[in-house]
Design a protein around this ligand. Structure first.
Ligand code: NAD
Length: 251
């Protein structure tokens, strides 16, 4: 894809699922990739997949709820590859499928801290470096739960919030040459969803039957959208929630 070659990308949640696939896709398109994840084993596996295929990647253990970790993640991009051009702020946790009043405050705080404030911490660290570089492109992972009532209340609130951050960042930093978009996956076949399927296979069958295309999405179908949103091929797409859901929300 145009404009990715020789760039530098950071991907949070790069040790599994969607983030792993976007790390692979960035590397295939010729970027140097900083794979960030709280899960060291998964992160190292992603790096191994990239480097064994001739690509360039580094793992940095990062908890997106810790500002020092997030700053160190961006610093790794600068130290290892000399700058930062692209970011996929993707690390997230799932909801547990319970109704609003059944969650306690600790569960609410954790969901918001990882899924929403985690994206904010990343943006705060990434934006100054992209301004320094003269521009860049950032994709934040939201969800169909960011634009509809899918998912539990606190998950939906966190993912709606990601779209708000994405829109406002666009308005604030378009003049600095930074583009921000959000990707809104439907139900994607990743460990997050596989776990839910193991916990309740009947519910998964019901969910799959409700997707017009009749199957779950593949992580690389999200990754392709993410890399496209960072490429020059999408140069006038700004501040948008891009829904990739097999027709789920078309109904
Ligand atoms: P996944 O569980 O396979 O991957 C999530 C990754 O994030 C894991 O490697 C995990 O270790 C990492 N992570 C979790 N908390 C972290 C933290 N505090 N700091 C750093 N890393 C952390 O799940 P996935 O399906 O690939 O999900 C990726 C993103 O996509 C999430 O934001 C999720 O909400 C979103 N999403 C997923 C689906 C889906 O159907 N799979 C749908 C919509 C949105």
């Amino acid at each position: 894809m145009n404009g990715i070659q020789d760039g530098v990308a950071v991907v949070t949640g790069g040790g599994s699922g969607i983030g792993r696939q976007s790390s692979l896709r960035f590397a295939e398109a010729g970027a140097n990739v900083v794979v960030a994840d709280i899960n060291e084993e998964g992160g190292h596996e992603t790096v191994e997949m990239i480097t064994s295929d001739g690509g360039e990647a580094t793992f940095v253990k990062t908890n997106v709820t810790d500002s020092d970790d997030v700053d160190a993640m961006v610093q790794t991009a600068l130290d290892e590859y000399g700058g930062l051009d692209f970011a996929h702020n993707n690390a997230g946790i799932a909801d547990e499928g319970t109704r609003l009043a059944e969650y306690d405050e600790t569960q609410w705080d954790r969901m918001i801290d990882v899924n929403l404030k985690g994206v904010w911490r990343c943006l705060k660290a990434e934006i100054p470096e992209m301004i320094e570089r003269g521009g860049g492109a950032i994709v934040n992972t939201s969800s169909v739960a960011g634009v509809s009532a899918n998912g539990s209340a606190h998950y939906a609130a966190s993912k709606h919030g990601v779209i708000g951050l994405t829109r406002r960042a666009t308005v604030d930093y378009a003049e600095d040459g930074i583009r921000f978009n959000a990707v809104c996956p439907g139900v994607i076949d990743t460990p997050m969803v596989q776990q839910a399927g193991e916990d309740n296979s009947e519910e998964m069958d019901r969910i799959t039957a409700g997707i017009p295309v009749g199957r779950l999405g593949e992580p690389q179908e999200i990754a392709d959208t993410v890399v496209w949103l960072c490429s020059e091929d999408s140069s006038y797409v700004m501040g948008q929630p891009i829904i990739v859901d097999g027709g789920l929300l078309a109904q």
